[in-house]
Design a protein around this ligand. Sequence first.
Ligand code: HEM
Ligand code: HEM
Length: 178
Amino acid sequence: MTSLTQPQRPQRYDSLSRALHWLMALGFAWIFSSALAHKFFNESAVDNFLWTTHKPVGLLLFIAVLLRVIWALLSRNRRPAPLSLGASLGHLALYLLMLAVPGLGLLRQYGSGRAFEAFGVQVMAATPQASHKWMVDLGGNFHSLLGWTLLVLVVGHIVLTLWHRRTPATDALPRMLG
Ligand code: HEM
Ligand code: HEM
């Protein structure tokens, strides 16, 4: 029964949440392609092309996830109710890694003291006198490791979404489609 103080939660995500989800999924497909080409086809033509886009696309994803977190918090009472505790925890882990992975990449970039330009815009100026070894080490130790962990979680997220389509009660895909 629907109470007067607690309106029923919607059946679908709002259009901004859906747009951010699918645009970022495209961005992640791109950036993971660049990482896979860099690891397995190093110095190939595909790697040489895709790798030049890794940092700029990573920066865009970092900005997009900040917006997405703010929107998720602001609209938390207007989103479909979680299907299970497992789904909530899985989505939380995706959010934490979506923040940590590009965050660590940018931290290492800043700590290196080297200039960083993306899409023709200077994002970080060169500060060779003020490099920070701990930032470089933290990024060096965890950026790639957590990046591959995120890829594993994303594959699991997609497989579980398709698996749950078998039963209408657990089919979450319509909630994320337009
Ligand atoms: C969500 C965004 C990002 C994801 C998922 C991601 C993922 C990855 C992965 C999986 C690797 C390992 C590639 C390999 O082993 O060859 C990697 C390497 C690297 N990433 Fe990212 N990355 C992201 C954003 C960024 C950003 C924003 C920067 C810097 C501004 C960055 C800089 C680098 C660098 C320099 C490497 C090479 C590291 C090395 O050779 O040790 N990444 N990234
Ligand atoms: C083909 C690719 C993908 C499919 C089919 C897919 C499917 C879905 C579906 C159906 C939901 C709604 C789940 C529910 O209501 O319980 C969802 C939510 C979510 N997805 Fe995906 N997804 C994909 C890619 C991704 C990627 C690449 C990421 C992040 C790296 C991601 C992160 C999330 C998160 C954090 C949520 C929770 C809702 C939100 O805050 O937006 N998804 N996804």
